[in-house]
Ligand binder design. Sequence first.
Ligand code: ADP
Length: 170
Amino acid sequence: MSKRRIAVYPGSFDPIHNGHLDIIHRCRPLFDEIIVAVLSNDEKQALFTVDERVAMIGEEIANCSECRVESFSGLLVDFADKVGAGTIVRGLRAVSDFEYEFQMALMNRRLNDHIDTVFLMPNEEYIYLSSRLVKEVFFMGGNLKGLVPPEVLDELLQAVDRRAAQRAGQ
Ligand code: ADP
């Protein structure tokens, strides 16, 4: 039997948006198993908790039988090794992503030469999309239709309510 091709798709996913989902969709013909891995090192800056992000992603990949979501902390190559993944998938949007991604890919290869990084490009309509921009546009009242799934839009609305309640309680 040939070896299962397992990929890890890591990121902050705060929150997941259609650019991320486009990349996950592009992974499907390439891998037997796709593990979306939510980095949990940096919770303080995030809008959503790691558990909330994992739950949102779980909902969006529910129809993909070969996809699952997990959170991880520490070195990505250690997580990839633990789950038996031979590939790290990253999305490349623009030239501006390249330098950082290039550094990370080479550092990860130095840390573990058995794991390679592959880059996939999203549909052009998502090339400018980032979680940071999603949050900025949302908090300024912009229309995010077609850029995030409807469930994520609901979660953003709830996050606003939570913030307002927190402020009122202060
Ligand atoms: P980071 O890892 O910088 O926190 P994100 O969580 O936003 O990044 O994204 C996780 C992965 O998805 C990264 O590989 C990132 O390049 C990729 N990605 C983010 N936004 C898009 C997009 N609009 N199209 C394609 N790939 C994207």
